[in-house]
Write a protein that binds this ligand. Structure first.
Ligand code: HPA
Length: 271
């Protein structure tokens, strides 16, 4: 596990390349090209940062990007670590913690997710209002880093109400349907069974995925404001009579990529 000083050293190396910003976006599967829409782009790979593991998930590049849009400098986390990559839980929190050390106060998390709520459709966006962690794991496990936050952080408002309002307004301004709901973090890497999805629905989940929650936990612990948006790329297991494939997930992501990007652009402009 990296110490605070080691994370600081990695952050200094990243700062020299991508600079600092108060807002950052974490790109989920399918949104990886968003960085190309920025000007004055700089990049640093996670593997160039001492102590960082390599990102192995398909569709996840594993790099930080700095770039400008409408005169504002924004940082981007292009690729994240997942529980199914078999890395230490605390390592999942590293990129978000590094962003905090680069001045980031507001984190926009995106992902691809399966629709658990039967009224959802593939290709719709869902703003995350809360999460359920069913992995039994936490990225905050281990000695607490007081420099980031307290041992027992309050999780009553992980997803910042003011950012949710900005997101709703931005979607309304674009005439974009924006669903809202609870995202459930599952360990993966296999998709869920139909019985698990029925269970999740009973528990109050609207969408399911293998990411985002540990990022949100690390961000909330570090006092950051958080917004989460899921692209419902497929209906979760057992809802439609068809298998779930990573290809379907990527294809749906690509199909709505331009409205997803447009929404994030608008949100960044209005904060
Ligand atoms: N389950 C878990 N993760 C996912 C899914 C799903 O159905 N779709 C995209 N990511």
């Amino acid at each position: 596990m990296m110490t605070f000083g080691e994370i600081q050293a990695a952050a200094e190396k990243a700062r020299a390349v991508i600079g600092t910003a108060d807002t950052a976006v974490v790109l989920g599967s399918g949104l990886g090209d968003y960085g190309q829409t920025f000007e004055h782009v700089s990049r640093i790979a996670y593997t160039d940062l001492p102590g960082f593991p390599a990102s192995t998930a398909p569709g996840h590049a594993g790099e930080f990007i700095g770039g400008d849009k409408n005169g504002r400098h924004v940082l981007i986390m292009n690729g994240r670590f997942h529980m199914y990559e078999g890395i230490q839980m605390a390592q999942i929190a590293l990129p978000v913690r590094l962003l905090r050390l680069l001045g980031v106060k507001r984190l926009i998390l995106t992902n691809a997710a399966g629709g658990v709520n039967l009224s959802f459709h593939p290709g719709e966006l869902m703003m995350i209002t809360d999460y359920i962690n069913l992995t039994g794991q936490s990225p905050l496990t281990g000695p607490n880093m007081e420099e980031f936050g307290p041992r027992f952080p309050d999780m009553s408002h992980v997803f910042t109400p003011a950012l949710q309002n900005i997101c709703r307004e931005a979607a309304r301004g674009m005439g974009l349907i924006l669903r809202e709901g609870v995202y459930c973090w599952m360990p993966g890497p296999c998709y869920e069974t139909p019985a698990e999805i029925r269970m999740l629905r009973v528990l109050g989940a609207d969408a399911v995925g293998m990411s985002t929650v540990p990022d949100a936990m690390a961000a909330c612990h570090a006092g950051m404001e958080v917004l989460g948006i899921s692209c419902i790329t497929n209906m979760a297991a057992g809802i439609l009579d068809q298998p779930i494939t990573h290809q379907e997930v990527l294809e749906t992501g690509r199909r709505i990529q331009s409205s997803f990007r447009g929404l994030i652009d608008r949100i960044i402009e209005s904060i």
